[in-house]
Design a protein around this ligand. Structure first.
Ligand code: PHE
Length: 345
């Protein structure tokens, strides 16, 4: 038995020396180390040996097994190394070749457009105030003059946070930020304000080419001693001029519970220049924002005395503006993550 093991070792190692490729290597492994290989067969015979011969034979069998396994690993590595050297020398590296171009990232069109809007408002003296996306019902509605069960709530289909009894929600507009900005920056209603509040809003809508369940808004808020509707109008007209160039705008009466009076501003359709097309539903104009004079109740909720202070607010839809500027026909492209769309910007 001992002799058989010794000669198996010699024979197997000799064979291994002659193995030149992966295929032969695998065949060698099966023949000698496989479950039905030569070594396994000898190991099986161990049980039939007389008791006193078993320990020595067992020990040698294990040694042979270890030796074959080590030699096998070494051969695997040697063959790999040889293949590598062969590939390097047969096709020499040309270190003077230019590298593969690395794809450059870029801003998402929604973000690029947002930054453009920030820049315009910054130039007009408005500073950015960041407000939360997860809001209380109180701040999103009640402090904005929309009590529970008020029919105006229908205008803002709401996602509520589970398990909060509808007290916590995803903000349906950036207007709750008005309350937070007034309370945090107003110093108990003693300081004037001029801020924009950008960010994501969420509404429980049927998604379509025109509606998304998430979208950005940019809220604006100015509070001061003698702010009038004329200031609001002049500011918005100037914004439109900077964003769209010399292009007609028009104001409509509108209604929001947190502004009084309220208005909507339209810009002449950029696609058809006012002639009428599918984008503007053949009206020649597109709505880009809602606005108004801050309601006295809202001023009070923000800590200001409405007899001494007044202000205006607006809420614009940056994606709607981007749609206008670039002629994008479907709002779902914005969050669809389709590179064919994103790479055009
Ligand atoms: N929050 C309103 C909306 O989402 C827009 C708005 C903002 C209107 C500020 C007036 C003043 O529809």
């Amino acid at each position: 038995m001992l002799d058989e093991l010794q000669s198996l070792r010699t024979h197997a190692l000799e064979q291994l020396e002659r193995v030149e490729d992966e295929n032969a290597l695998e065949q060698w492994r099966i023949a000698f180390l496989g479950r039905k290989g030569a070594l396994a067969a000898l190991m099986e015979k161990l049980g039939t040996l007389p008791k006193e011969e078993r320990p020595a034979a067992g020990k040698l069998a294990n040694e042979v097994k270890a030796a074959l396994e080590t030699a096998f690993e070494a051969r695997v590595n040697a063959l790999k190394q040889r293949a590598l050297i062969a590939s390097l020398t047969s096709a020499p590296l040309d270190v003077t070749l230019p590298g593969r171009p690395v794809k450059r990232g870029r801003l998402h069109p929604a973000n690029a457009n947002l930054r453009e809007i920030y820049r315009i408002w910054r130039d007009m003296g408005f500073q950015i105030f960041r407000s939360r996306e997860v809001e209380s019902d109180e701040t999103n509605f009640q402090l904005l003059n929309i009590p529970p069960h008020h029919p105006a709530r229908d205008a803002w289909s709401t996602f509520y946070i589970a398990g909060t009894d509808q007290r916590v929600l995803l903000r349906t507009h950036t207007s709750p930020g008005q309350i937070r900005a007034m309370r945090e920056l107003g110093a108990n209603g003693t300081q004037p304000l001029r801020v924009i509040l950008p960010g994501m809003c969420y509404r429980f809508e049927q998604v379509s080419a025109r509606y998304e369940i998430q979208f950005n808004q940019v809220e604006g808020l100015a509070i001061g001693r003698n702010i009038t509707f004329a200031d609001l109008k002049g500011t918005l007209i100037e914004f439109a001029r900077r964003a769209f160039g010399e292009r007609p705008v028009r104001f409509y009466a509108d209604h929001f519970p947190f502004t009084e009076p309220s208005a909507q501003m339209d810009v002449q359709c950029i696609i058809c220049d006012g002639k009428g097309c599918a984008m503007c539903k053949y009206t020649g104009f597109l709505e880009i924002l809602g606005a108004g004079m801050v309601h006295p109740v809202v001023l009070k909720n923000g800590g200001y005395d409405p007899d001494k202070w007044s202000g205006f607010a607006f809420g614009l839809g940056p994606e709607r503006i981007a749609i206008l500027r670039y002629g994008i026909e479907d709002i779902r492209y914005f969050w669809g993550n389709d590179l064919r769309f994103l790479e055009q910007f």
